[in-house]
Design a protein around this ligand. Structure first.
Ligand code: ZN
Length: 441
């Protein structure tokens, strides 16, 4: 076992922050794991105030980290690892951006060596930014998933990924074959889902690029493998919504197309969810599907503003996502700040001020809940897998100045959200193992 003394942030079951200014985090082997099981994944054995816990673990080495904040590793609910090099590509909105940048780039992932090189960079960058779990798209090439999964496994990460399904309205090089794509998906599920900490996600790109036969096949796989995730996009921008309405003139809405094919259920995560109506939100709530809110992407592509007030009214499950490469940053701090902007926007919907701890929850425990992984990752309550970050609120002169004047937890968290970036991430621990100090203390 090993223990860390620092300020400590976690969340209760209602999503409220639990904070110890002088806290102790104790990690060790999972006592509930059968002998030989667990794969060396260490879990949180205790978390709380230093004074209450210090005498309960005699003989356990304590690493004292004065001035630092220990917080759950961030969970990115929607990202495209093959778009690492597409980040920052300007375009006239979503559909031209896909056509001019994304599809030509993704075609290169047919080459396993190329996919592997990008996967290495991608995983290192996530870690550098404090992200310890991601739900990520591959490309339509099965080799892209093999490249990513093998490397995530070597790092001990809890990562979920899937091969993109897109058998129509897609150019040569990324368009797949209906029957082969479904056979490839099932083979990848059997190869990777549940291997160590890895999970598989059935991944129809979005309704316009998937034939009815492919969508039906995806839904059948989703029914046959209920523990497997589903990831896709819905209601991102107006042109896309119009296109879906033309393709499915009898569908009640864009979201209803996914329902028709059995693709709304627990563990289904839909990016964006901007242009939904009340019936759609009720449908998401009833089926247990979750929204991956992707604010830097939505602001960058000018897609629209996620309606937090309506989402809260309907009890929608949601969490935060970078959506790189439509998104502009791997940094959870940048994503949380952009989510604040999106919440505040009050011209297209009601404007709300999201509390800093609520923004933080959406990128940790809330995102984990959206994945059906509450109590597993995204939190530091006893029993959670010990994925955590050590943050330095003195990382830059302005951040140090502002954070030192924080009068309470919300002000401290907001100073990090507004002024923080990768420089504030001092260390990342995955399954209880330090991944090396990102920068010297
Ligand atoms: Zn996306």
């Amino acid at each position: 076992m090993r223990a860390y003394r620092a300020a400590l942030l976690r969340f209760d079951d209602e999503g409220r922050p639990v904070y110890d200014a002088d806290g102790l985090l104790v990690v060790g082997p999972d006592p509930s794991a059968a002998a030989g099981a667990g794969g060396g994944v260490r879990v949180v054995r205790a978390a709380g105030s230093w004074s209450a816990l210090k005498d309960r673990f005699p003989g356990v080495a304590v690493e004292h980290l004065p001035g630092r904040l220990i917080a759950p590793g961030f969970v990115d609910l929607h990202i495209h690892f093959p778009q690492t090099d597409v980040i920052g590509s300007p375009a006239e909105g979503l559909l031209p951006w896909l056509e001019h940048y994304t599809f030509p780039h993704e075609a290169r992932f047919a080459d396993a060596d190329y996919a592997g090189e990008v996967a290495d960079f991608f995983l290192a960058e996530l870690q550098r930014q404090g992200v310890t779990t991601a739900l990520t798209f591959g490309t339509s090439h099965p080799a892209s998933v093999d490249a990513l999964m093998s490397r995530a496994q070597a790092r001990g990460l809890r990562l979920i990924a899937g091969k993109v399904l897109q058998d129509r309205h897609s150019p040569d090089g990324v368009r797949d074959d209906t029957e082969q794509s479904l056979a490839d998906t099932e083979a990848l599920i059997q190869r990777w889902h549940g291997q160590g900490r890895l999970g598989y996600a059935i991944t129809p790109r979005f309704a316009p690029t998937c034939s009815d036969a492919q969508m039906r096949g995806a839904g059948e796989l989703a029914a046959r493998y209920p523990e497997v995730w589903i990831q896709s996009h819905v209601a991102e921008n107006h042109d896309e919504v119009r296109w879906v309405a033309e393709l499915y003139p009898d569908a009640r809405s864009y979201l209803a197309v996914y329902e028709r094919f059995g693709l709304l259920r627990e563990r289904a995560v839909y990016a964006h969810c901007i242009h939904l109506d009340d019936t759609d939100r009720a449908l998401m709530r009833a089926t247990g599907a979750a929204a991956a809110v992707s604010p830097t992407s939505n602001l960058f592509l000018g897609s629209g503003f996620y309606d937090y007030a309506e989402a809260h009214r309907h009890g929608l499950r949601h969490g935060l996502a970078s959506d790189v490469g439509g998104g502009t940053s791997f940094s959870p701090f940048h994503t949380m700040l952009a989510a604040y902007y999106v919440g505040r926007e009050g011209h297209s919907k009601a404007g709300v001020s999201l509390a800093p701890s609520q923004l933080w929850w959406q990128h940790t425990a809330g995102a984990a809940q959206a994945l059906g992984l509450e109590g597993v990752v995204g939190n530091l309550q006893p029993g959670c897998e010990a994925d955590f970050v050590v943050l330095d609120p003195q990382a830059t002169p302005l951040l140090a100045r502002r954070s030192s004047q924080a009068a309470n937890l919300e002000e401290l968290l907001f100073s990090l959200i507004v002024l923080g970036d990768d420089r504030a991430v001092q260390a990342v621990h995955v399954a209880g193992a330090a991944q090396g100090l990102v920068r010297p203390a």
